[in-house]
Design a binder for this molecule. Structure first.
Ligand SMILES: NC(=O)c1ccc[n+]([C@@H]2O[C@H](COP(=O)([O-])OP(=O)(O)OC[C@H]3O[C@@H](n4cnc5c(N)ncnc54)[C@H](O)[C@@H]3O)[C@@H](O)[C@H]2O)c1
Ligand SMILES: C[N+](C)(C)CC=O
Length: 491
């Protein structure tokens, strides 16, 4: 016990609450951890406030902050096996996927470590030789960071690394379902030499442990990754104290396949786009939009391959994808498929929990393909966040773009074609934050990530990802001061 990290100390929840963390692949007990409530979070906010207002971190030279982040990347790389194992036990994700995620975590610390070291503000030409004018970047203050369960450490680090690089202090509240790697990260930050109170961790349910991060007047910025409904609530609450708000929300991501695409490449990516991590990926290509003349052959092949996907737990070397995160999420997917069927979708494969005895204790759902879904229907409007592919058809380029943009979301999308000009034309007209051409899923720490429309506000990663955590201050110095006499001098 004592997994809350507040003011540089490991402490237990004041109310004595605990929560069992169980592996979604088989229900085995992973850990019993502290469950905070609002009082613990308020204590963490106070520690972060004190560290910001009177601690050394905000005024530490940016290059020294950068060095510390580079050291964190090295420590995570040293401990990658333990981190990956912990991530897989909490999420049920295949070990190899967690290993990739941990490499991305280290790369993110390296990117922001180097960016911090090169941070210099800029000189502004005031148009007068007797004026020195410059923009400096300062930290925003105390940041509340709230993160989901699907990529627990990676999504946290997309916030933690730029927040630290910019000189902020923070309180992190990871998903109550997947706290283990966040606990490990606090130990790593401590080992790297981060001053006390800069990094704080509270564990627990959103409504209790998370809510003060958007409500409390001492929090200057709240950055949230999660569902649209929660994000909307957090933004509304944060508005009362005029906090800066960054939101990374859901997606209903189109994957457009033209008839001239390389067939084998497009089929292979279409399957990975939607079924990676059992579809529990914000940018999952869950909406296959395929050109009419290719439809039958393409979807037949997708169905044939989907039926061969092997499900299994994180340490099954033959498993290709794993379980859903919880019983509640499994029920949500069942409801989603039932709704699609009532709307007239054709179930081509899946649509059930697997009968395999080997999987009986986990939250598994068969990879599912729903053909003939109607445009504008529930199945194409709502994010399933599970292993369900919907199929729509299009006639020509304009039709593909119209269908792909017909969503409240705008996170990501794919385009498959051998015609490079056409691919660029389509990419330019898609209202989504990331467009992959003849590829799907890669993201880079140096490339901004975020959503158009209701997929979010602001950007993570890249230069804009650092700017989210900075205030720009203009310093204007009159080099030859003297009276101006705008108002007449009294006689
Ligand atoms: N855009 C992206 O980059 C991105 C990345 C990953 C996940 N997501 C989205 O996340 C969603 C799935 O994650 P989830 O189920 O964990 O989302 P969620 O909204 O249920 O929870 C996310 C986090 O918010 C907390 N929370 C819940 N209510 C809160 C409240 N009132 N105040 C403060 N915190 C609160 C939760 O405890 C959790 O830590 C999907 O919609 C997915 O698309 C988006
Ligand atoms: C942003 N990403 C792809 C790492 C995780 C989305 O759920």
């Amino acid at each position: 016990m004592a997994e809350l990290f507040i003011g540089g100390e490991w402490v237990s929840a004041l109310g004595g609450g605990t929560r069992e963390i169980r592996c979604p692949a088989d229900g085995s007990l992973v850990a019993t951890v502290d469950e905070a409530d609002g009082t613990d979070t308020e204590a963490a906010i106070e520690a972060a406030r004190i560290a910001f207002d009177s601690g050394p971190w905000p005024s530490t030279p940016a290059s020294d902050r950068g060095d510390l982040l580079l050291g964190v990347a090295d420590l995570i790389t040293r401990d990658v096996a333990a981190y990956a194992r912990a991530e897989s036990l909490d999420t049920g994700k295949r070990l190899v996927e967690s290993e990739y995620d941990m490499a991305d975590v280290a790369a993110c610390f390296r990117y922001f470590g180097k960016l911090a070291a090169n941070e210099s503000g800029r000189i502004v030409d005031a148009g007068r030789p007797d004026v020195a004018s410059r923009i400096v970047h300062e930290p925003v203050g105390v940041c509340g960071l709230i993160t989901p369960w699907n990529y627990p450490l990676l999504q946290a680090v997309w916030k933690v690394a730029p927040a630290l690089a910019a000189g902020n202090t923070f309180v992190l509240k990871p998903s109550e379902l997947t706290p283990s790697t966040a606990i490990m990260l606090m130990r790593t930050l401590q080992e790297a030499g981060l001053p006390d109170g800069v990094a704080n961790l509270v564990l627990g349910a959103g409504a209790q442990a998370g809510a003060p991060l958007s409500e409390h007047p001492d929090v200057d910025l709240v950055s949230f990754t999660g569902g649209l409904e929660t994000g909307t609530r957090i933004a509304a609450t944060a508005a009362k104290t005029v906090k800066k708000v960054a939101l990374e929300l859901g997606g209903k991501n189109p994957n457009i396949v033209f008839a001239d695409a390389d067939f084998e490449t497009a089929v292979d990516y279409a399957i990975t786009a939607v079924f990676l991590h059992s579809g529990q990926v914000c940018s999952a290509g869950a909406r296959l939009i395929v050109q009419n003349e290719l439809h039958d052959e393409f979807v037949d092949e997708i169905v044939r391959r989907t039926e061969q996907i092997r499900l299994g737990g994180p340490f099954d070397p033959q498993a290709e994808t794993g379980p859903l995160i919880s019983a509640a999420h499994l029920e949500k997917i069942e409801h989603y498929v039932a709704m699609a069927m009532t709307e007239g979708a054709t179930l081509r494969t899946g649509g059930w929990r697997p009968e395999d005895e080997r999987l009986k204790d986990g939250f598994y759902y068969l990879p599912t393909v729903l053909d003939d879904v109607k445009q504008g229907s529930y199945a194409v409007r709502e994010e399933a966040f599970g292993p369900v592919l919907t199929v729509e058809r299009f006639t020509d380029e304009d039709d593909a773009i119209r269908i792909a943009n017909d969503t409240q979301y705008g996170l990501a999308g794919g385009v498959f074609t051998k015609d490079g000009d056409k691919a660029q034309r389509v990419a330019a007209r898609l209202r989504h934050g990331t467009i992959w051409i003849n590829d799907y899923h890669p993201y880079l720490p140096q490339a901004e990530w975020g959503g158009f429309k209701r997929s979010g506000v602001g950007r993570e990663l890249g230069r804009a990802g650092l700017a989210e955590y900075q205030e720009a201050k203009h310093i204007y110095q009159n080099l030859r001061p003297g009276p101006q006499y705008w108002f007449k001098r009294p006689e």
